[in-house]
Design a protein around this ligand. Structure first.
Ligand code: MN
Ligand code: MN
Length: 266
């Protein structure tokens, strides 16, 4: 299996602060830095045991055609037999990614890390808001199961939406790594970096205390039996980061997600 990195430099659907468009470049820089090697914790090494191709950043225009541009790149990756890891960008991008992969694989099962359920029917009049991608995905029938963890901002509206769509929410107040059900294939993983506690990931727009540690998320990811059909890492805001620690966390997640793609060959 090959992994394809797709940079998605867009943040026009952010609801609070823009800045996530700078995310892909910062993740690439952290991944390429000599501060660390390219090995996932299971021992597989990117570029040696796992082929990784980086197509750079898509030429997004922040217009109505961006979802189609994103979908086309993801479709091309799947057609070429490469597992897409998309680097955000705000969380809007997950909608068109999942829509494209659902055409290839049928409705997906999704494991979603976030402080927020992102289930708003509408947010500030923007149906593509980064607060709404999973409402769009569930309405369209692009997911059979949606399992969310890290969630700690559930209001009445989002609770009603989660119930309506049958979302399996492991709220942060009830979280333990072994309590997160790992859905069956075809599995897609979406990681909003604000699911981590701000102490671990300060480089995000929405600081929400009481979140996940790096190790807790890795403990869940390591329970995935793989392979997965795709993944994204979104909402890195380099302008809010501290000494690049959040970009470095994102780069580590690239390695761990790439290792999951390789699991079918183990
Ligand atoms: Mn979030
Ligand atoms: Mn999100």
């Amino acid at each position: 299996m090959r992994v394809r990195l797709i940079g998605l430099p867009t943040d026009s659907h952010s609801s609070f602060l823009r800045g996530a468009a700078e995310g892909p470049a910062a993740i690439r820089a952290a991944l390429g830095s000599d501060h660390s090697n390219m090995t996932a914790e299971c021992g597989l090494e990117l570029r040696k045991d796992i082929l990784v191709e980086d197509i750079g950043d898509l030429p997004l225009q922040e217009d109505a055609d961006d979802p189609a541009r994103i979908g086309e790149a993801v479709t091309a990756a799947a057609r070429d037999g490469a597992m897409p890891i998309s680097l955000g960008g705000d969380h809007m991008v997950t909608g068109p990614i999942v829509a494209a992969l659902a055409v290839v694989h049928g409705p997906l099962n999704i494991l979603h890390v976030d402080a927020h359920p992102d289930l708003y029917a509408d947010f500030d009049g923007d149906p593509l808001s980064h607060a709404s991608p999973f409402a769009r995905i569930m309405e369209a029938g692009h997911a059979r199961r949606l399992v969310q963890f890290g969630i700690r901002t559930m209001n009445a509206h989002c609770r009603a939406q989660a119930e309506r769509f049958g979302v399996e929410v492991i709220e942060m107040r009830d979280f333990a790594p072994e309590r997160v059900p790992i859905p069956e294939a075809p599995l897609y993983i979406s990681i909003d970096l604000d699911g981590f506690d701000p102490a671990f990931a300060p480089g995000v727009a929405h600081h929400e205390p009481g979140g996940l540690s790096s190790r807790e998320v890795l403990q869940v990811l390591h329970r995935v039996r793989g392979p997965i059909v795709g993944a994204d890492i979104v909402e890195l805001h380099p302008g809010r980061d501290v000494n690049g620690v959040t970009a470095t966390l994102a780069a580590k997640l690239v390695k761990e997600l790439a290792a999951l793609a390789a699991k079918e060959t183990l």
